[in-house]
Write a protein that binds this ligand. Structure first.
Ligand code: OGA
Ligand code: MN
Length: 380
């Protein structure tokens, strides 16, 4: 251990950064054998099963948002990370499609905000989906063709729109949070024992095969006693969960399509990162759970799940063959809490503080410029 500390100091590189770089490497690809896979039978002795109380959410309420009854969920904790809950794909077969379509077609629409708005007029970013469809669906598309807007989409913010420069939310920049995602979040939080969760801010991240998300902690919300929820769709990612200090070592785990992570209690403010997207097996470009047919039984009148038209799914599935979408949902304010009248704006001086925008040692000016509109270093 002392030896490790000395070598870390010598190279100016923390344990977390070392692990991050290990999984970010592409040639040759890293050895994934230490990555916890909650979809398989667990042999790792850090992992334990978590019994969620099925009476917290009725079967009908779970079904309404596309989830299986809570008694059928496979939920896990990790020793050393109290408050961290990993739920291995609790979605009913055929319901992830709704959430994927929302992320690609609906949520990027105004009044929500996306990275493209940073340097394009509202009229140009008005209908990302239909402006991209023809080109994305074209067979034998040449690599030299310009990227579609959908392929340039890196993040979307919902509700209180996160300000990447000041690292704050503001009451002056709020638009209505999508009601279907609010319902999904409320049910997941309730199943984990957090009743009355209010989805007030959302950050959607769009990843491609060469994307990564730097080491950061989500601390801009004003109440940290409420959990942070994370939903993943599409290609598998490696997620690294670290400690309370940026340099603490991290535990790697796979996030597959449909997986949900709940960061609550002491784990709410842990450093974390996504170093890589795992290449899909050549014989299965799309995860099997995204190929399950939608069942009309879920399309109950009060269900928030809507049928996804076949032509829409064609585009979604084409996109997800090389991409991953992650939605994080946050409650910003505690019960009865208000924004302070004068929000302190931290991070705006340009100095590197704790938080999202992770500095890569080897990054050049071009990458830095790119980061400005790509959220927390969701660079490629
Ligand atoms: C985030 C985040 C992780 C992921 O948006 O804050 O940590 O899995 N996302 O994409
Ligand atoms: Mn985060």
């Amino acid at each position: 251990m002392a030896k490790m500390a000395a070598s870390v100091l010598e190279h100016g590189e923390s344990a977390f950064r070392k692990i991050f770089k290990f999984y970010k490497r592409r040639n040759p690809p890293p050895d994934f054998s230490d990555v916890i896979d909650f979809s398989k039978s667990i042999t790792n002795d850090m992992v334990f099963s978590v019994e969620l109380n099925p009476s917290q959410v009725t079967e009908a309420d779970a079904c309404r948002v596309g989830l299986k009854p809570v008694r059928d969920w496979r939920a896990f904790g990790l020793k050393g990370y109290p408050g961290f809950i990993f739920i291995s794909n609790p979605f009913q077969p055929g319901t992830q499609q709704h959430w994927v379509r929302q992320c690609l077609k609906t949520y990027p629409q105004k009044p929500n905000v996306c990275n493209l708005d940073m340097h394009m007029a509202p009229s140009e970013t008005q209908d990302i989906w239909s402006k991209s469809a023809d080109s994305l669906l074209k067979k034998n598309r040449s690599k030299r063709e310009p990227k579609t807007l959908l392929e340039k989409l890196r993040w979307v913010t919902l509700g209180y729109h996160y300000d990447w420069n000041t690292k704050t939310y503001s009451p002056d920049h709020y638009t209505q949070f999508p009601s279907d995602l609010h319902s999904l979040s409320q049910e997941v939080a309730a199943a984990c024992g957090f009743h009355g969760f209010k989805a007030e801010a959302g950050i959607l991240n769009y990843y491609f095969s060469d994307s990564s998300l730097g080491i950061h902690v989500d601390e801009s919300e004003l109440d940290h006693s409420r959990p942070l929820l994370s939903f993943s769709f599409g290609q598998t990612a490696v997620f690294l969960l670290g400690g309370t200090r940026r340099e603490d070592p991290a535990t790697p785990m796979f996030m597959h399509s449909g997986d949900i992570m709940v960061m609550s209690g002491p784990s709410r403010l842990l450093y974390h990162a996504v170093p890589c997207i795992v290449p899909a097996p050549a014989d299965q470009p799309l995860p099997a759970c995204l190929q399950q047919p939608q069942r009309s039984t879920h399309l109950h009148p009060n269900s928030v799940i809507q049928e996804v038209a076949q032509e829409d799914w064609e585009l979604c599935s084409r996109y997800l063959q090389t991409a991953r979408v992650n939605m994080t949902v946050r409650q910003v304010l505690g019960e009865g809490q208000a924004f302070p009248t004068q929000m302190a704006t931290k991070g705006s001086e340009g100095g590197q503080k704790d938080g999202y925008q992770e500095e890569e040692e080897d990054e050049d000016v071009k990458a830095k410029r790119k980061r400005n509109d790509s959220g927390y270093d969701l660079g490629s």
